[in-house]
Design a protein around this ligand. Structure first.
Ligand code: TXA
Ligand code: MG
Length: 321
C-alpha cells in the first residue's frame, strides 16, 4: 500500500488498467476502484472490503459517452436529463446494463449504477485510466465511510495506491442512488441531491422514494451499516455524559450538554457542513482511545437532513438500547 500525491495519478491509472486497486477521493467519500470490465480486478474489491457479493458496485466514468458501453440500448431519455443536469456530481443512475458489465459488478442484477464524480483527482484518474471504474466506498464492509486518506489507510486493506487530498471532500456522504425506468424515477438511497432537486430536473416524471422490504438487495438498504467500532447512540434526554463518552453536536448555540470530548460537525446546524464533516467526526471519536461510547445529536429530517439521518439511523441501529 502506497499513499501518493496527485503527481502519482498517472501511475495509479496504469495500475487500474493492469488490474490493481486504487483508493481515490471523490466529492462524496473515498472510493476503492478497480477496472469495471475486468472481473478478476473487481473480485479484489470484494476480497479487500470483505464485502458480500450480493451487493452491487457503482461504476465511475469521466465522460457521458462511456454510458454506451455500460447501459443497454435504448437508453432511457431520463438518464440524459439527469446526467446532463447533475454530472459531474453526487448522483448514481441505475439502468439496464450491457454484457460488458460483469455480473460481479451488478451482483447478478440486470442493472448497473453509474456516476461521474465531481472531484479533479477522480476525473483525472478516470480519464487517464480510460476505463470505467467500479468503486464502492473504501472501507471494510459495514464500517464508517472514509472522507480522508488516513481513514482509508487505517483499515489496512490490500490496496495498491491511496491518493491523498489536501482538502475536505465537499459532500461527505455517499451519492443519491436513483433507478430510472419508464418515466418513473425511484430513489434507492437518499443523498446530497434531494427528491425536490430531482423533481425539478425531470418535472414530467414520477419520482418515488423506495419503501423497505423490496426485492432489491443493496447494502445502503440494510438496517445496519456505516457503523463505528464503538457503540453509537443518539442523544435522547441526557444532559451530562460520563468521562468516557464522546459527543458529536451539530450546533454550538443551543447546547447545554456537558461532556469531556465534544466534536462539532457545524457551529450552526448548517446541513451541508454537517454532511461534509459527519464521517470525519465519527472517525475522530473512533480513533480517540479515551472515548468508549459515542453520542450524536439528531438533525431535522428535511432536505439533506434526510440523507444524514438515514446514515445515522443505520450507524446506531445495532446499538439501540
Ligand atoms: O458516493 C458514492 O456513491 C460512493 C463513491 C465512492 O462514489 N460509492 C458508494 O458505493 O457509496 P457503495 O458500494 O458503498 O454503495 C453502492 C450502493 C449500494 O448500496 C446500492 O444501494 C446501490 O449503490 N446500487 C449500486 N448498483 C445498484 C443496482 N444495480 N441496483 C440497485 N442499487 C444499486
Ligand atoms: Mg459503502
Amino acid at each position: 500500500m502506497k499513499i501518493i500525491s496527485d503527481k502519482g495519478i498517472p501511475n495509479a491509472a496504469q495500475c487500474l488498467r493492469a488490474g490493481g486497486l486504487v483508493a481515490f477521493p471523490t466529492e462524496t467519500v473515498y472510493g476503492l476502484g478497480a477496472n469495471a470490465t475486468d472481473e478478476r480486478a473487481v473480485a479484489k474489491i470484494f476480497a479487500a472490503k470483505e464485502r458480500p457479493t450480493f451487493d452491487p458496485l457503482i461504476v465511475h466514468i469521466y465522460d457521458i459517452s462511456q454510458l454506451d458501453l455500460l447501459f443497454k440500448a435504448p437508453i432511457d431519455p431520463m438518464v440524459y436529463a439527469l446526467a446532463n443536469h447533475f454530472w459531474p456530481g453526487p448522483l448514481t443512475i441505475v439502468h439496464a446494463k450491457t454484457e460488458a458489465v460483469p455480473h460481479l459488478v451488478s451482483a447478478g442484477l440486470e442493472t448497473v449504477g453509474v456516476r461521474m464524480p465531481d472531484h479533479p483527482i477522480a476525473l483525472q484518474l478516470l480519464a487517464l485510466a480510460d476505463c470505467p471504474v467500479a468503486a464502492p466506498s473504501a472501507n471494510k464492509f459495514g464500517q464508517l465511510s472514509p472522507t480522508h486518506h488516513m481513514h482509508v489507510a487505517k483499515q489496512n486493506m490490500p490496496v495498491d495506491y491511496i491518493i491523498e487530498t489536501k482538502t475536505e471532500l465537499r459532500v461527505g456522504i455517499e451519492s443519491t442512488v436513483v433507478a430510472v425506468n419508464n418515466n418513473e424515477c425511484t430513489i434507492l438511497r437518499p443523498g446530497f441531491i434531494t427528491k425536490q432537486a430531482i423533481e425539478n430536473c425531470i418535472p414530467n416524471a414520477k419520482v418515488n422514494i423506495l419503501q423497505k422490504n423490496t426485492h432489491i438487495n443493496a447494502p445502503g438498504l440494510l438496517d445496519s451499516h456505516y457503523s463505528p467500532s464503538k457503540p453509537l447512540y443518539f442523544v435522547e434526554n441526557e444532559s451530562k455524559f460520563a468521562d468516557h463518552c464522546g459527543l458529536i453536536l451539530h450546533d454550538s448555540n443551543v447546547s447545554a450538554l456537558e461532556a469531556n470530548h465534544i466534536v462539532y460537525t457545524s457551529q450552526n446546524a448548517d446541513m451541508i457542513e454537517v454532511a461534509t464533516n459527519l464521517f470525519s467526526a465519527l472517525h475522530s471519536m473512533e480513533d480517540n482511545a479515551e472515548v468508549k461510547e459515542i453520542y450524536i445529536q439528531k438533525i431535522e429530517e428535511k432536505g439533506i437532513g434526510i440523507a444524514i439521518m438515514d446514515r445515522l439511523k443505520k450507524a446506531t441501529f445495532k446499538y439501540q438500547k
